[in-house]
Design a protein around this ligand. Structure first.
Ligand SMILES: NC(=O)c1ccc[n+]([C@@H]2O[C@H](COP(=O)([O-])OP(=O)(O)OC[C@H]3O[C@@H](n4cnc5c(N)ncnc54)[C@H](O)[C@@H]3O)[C@@H](O)[C@H]2O)c1
Length: 437
């Protein structure tokens, strides 16, 4: 099958590489020339485990190609995925300008029947807008379908190659069967391909992300209660998550959710609910709990060290919004680091993969980047952990204690052992547990 994937970001690149791996001829198109030139040489613009090999293997086999010529990609393909960004607009709604620009390009360049699939996360009703934008430019028949993507950054390749389920919102049974055939190689263990109407598919994606964000904020609310009442949120989590009806996933209290999806998707769903006259109260609460949670480290610093941080050095472990990615979009670390700088403090940060991203797109030379996590705490008044990277979980705490000037540790992911922190004389704050030391 000849397939085009328009937009070669986190999603488009994984989808394109994954579909080529099952034998399709895939052309990935993007308007970012530097990105495409790099990809042609096999250079992967993002950190995503396993993606470099998947791309290299399929490039070499000739099944995967890259281009900036979107029009040509449209002409050469029967199935066209739209995988461009849908960032939040000023009112929180998903900004569809990139999706609709691609739709017009498709309409202007298709020279026969096409199946166009919105892979980007888009509000209910978008497939109709995409079809109208295409039909305004062409008389050729087009099917516009919704196929939301559920991959997780950090495990994107695995998630795409072995999805929990594939959701396909289609406008006809024939197109449904054609798309089912495309995905069958990925669900050989029996996971479901769910064919449904287009509006339901569009809503499924937002409902899934909003549910996950809700679990996180719910547990962070419980964590606040635990702190206030002298309970331990980690124990409460075990007690709650062992209920089969609830399950253990996504119940870890922490310093808040970030990334390119949850924050914007929750905002966009609130907007859609309001636009359609529905109550968005649950999600408004989810968002406000998360906003407060992201300032946990700053509030703790202020309580322990005072509002003026001039002359203070703060070591920061973890900049990415979660482990195994270099993505810092909406990361809690952004709130902490900017807040420390505003209060006159100095930041020395370490992250196993996100430091380039931090330097290029967020902090430039306003902070120092440490060669190791130990270097980041040298002479520090406090250590703040944002991201639960594996090497941060059981470091040499004595070495940290010796290197630091102060003894304050703020653990935004509850990964350090409380007893050891107490024994070593740290002043240790974590989420939903009383501070020790
Ligand atoms: N990142 C994730 O984990 C994830 C997971 C599921 C769904 N999604 C959704 O997938 C969509 C894409 O997300 P992403 O993280 O891959 O975004 P991204 O910002 O990493 O990539 C988007 C790409 O689209 C390109 N682009 C923009 N306009 C274009 C045009 N007119 N023609 C061709 N290319 C164009 C950009 O240059 C960029 O490379 C979003 O709607 C997002 O919500 C993302």
């Amino acid at each position: 099958m000849n397939i085009a994937v328009i937009g070669t970001g986190y999603v488009g690149l994984v989808v394109g590489a994954g579909l080529s791996h099952s034998g399709n001829d895939v052309i990935c198109a993007d308007i970012d020339e530097a990105k495409i030139e790099g990809l042609k040489r096999g250079e992967i613009p993002i950190y995503e485990p396993g993606l470099d090999k998947l791309v290299a293997d399929n490039l070499e086999a000739g099944r995967l190609t890259f281009t900036t010529d979107v029009a040509d990609a449209v002409r050469r393909s029967r199935i066209i995925f739209i995988a461009v960004g849908t960032p939040p607009g000023e009112d929180g709604s998903a900004d569809l300008q990139y999706v609709l620009a691609v739709a017009r390009t498709i309409g202007r360049n298709m020279d026969g029947e096409r199946i166009v699939i919105t892979k980007s996360t888009v509000p209910v009703g978008t497939a109709r807008k995409v079809r109208e934008a295409i039909e305004a430019e062409t008389d050729h028949p087009v099917h516009v379908c919704s196929n939301p993507e559920f991959l997780k950054e950090g495990a994107a390749v695995d998630d795409f190659m072995k999805p929990d389920r594939v959701v396909l919102g289609v406008d006809s049974p024939e197109v449904g069967e054609e798309l089912r055939a495309l995905y069958e190689p990925f669900v050989r263990t029996g996971n479901q391909i769910l064919l449904m109407d287009i509006a339901s598919a569009e809503i499924t994606k937002y409902a899934a992300n909003a549910m996950l964000a809700t679990r996180i904020s719910f547990m962070n609310m419980v964590a606040g209660l635990c702190e206030a009442a002298g309970a331990d949120a980690s124990q409460v989590r075990m007690g709650v998550g062992s209920d089969g009806r609830i399950g253990p996933s996504f119940l870890f209290p922490g310093i808040g959710y970030g990334g390119s999806c949850f924050p914007k998707d929750v905002k966009a769903l609130i907007r859609t609910l309001r636009d359609l006259g529905q109550d968005a109260g649950i999600l408004e609460a989810v968002e406000s709990v998360n906003e407060r949670q992201k300032s946990f480290a700053l509030r703790t610093l202020e309580a322990e060290l005072g509002p003026d941080l001039s002359g203070r050095r703060i070591g920061v472990w973890g900049l990415a919004f979660k482990p195994n990615t270099d993505d810092m979009r909406e990361a809690p670390a952004l709130v902490t680091v900017e807040g420390i700088l505003e209060r006159g403090g100095e930041v020395v940060a370490h992250d196993p993969v996100a430091m380039d991203e931090a330097r290029r797109h967020h902090f430039g030379d306003r902070i120092r980047y440490a060669a190791s996590n130990y270097e980041a705490v040298e002479g520090a008044d406090a250590l703040i952990l944002h991201t639960e990277w594996h090497p941060y979980r059981r470091p040499d705490f004595q070495r940290i204690r010796d290197a630091m000037r102060g003894r304050l540790v703020v653990d935004g992911r509850n990964i350090f052992p409380v007893d050891q922190m107490r024994e070593l004389g740290f002043r240790y704050h974590s989420i939903g547990r009383e501070p020790v030391g």
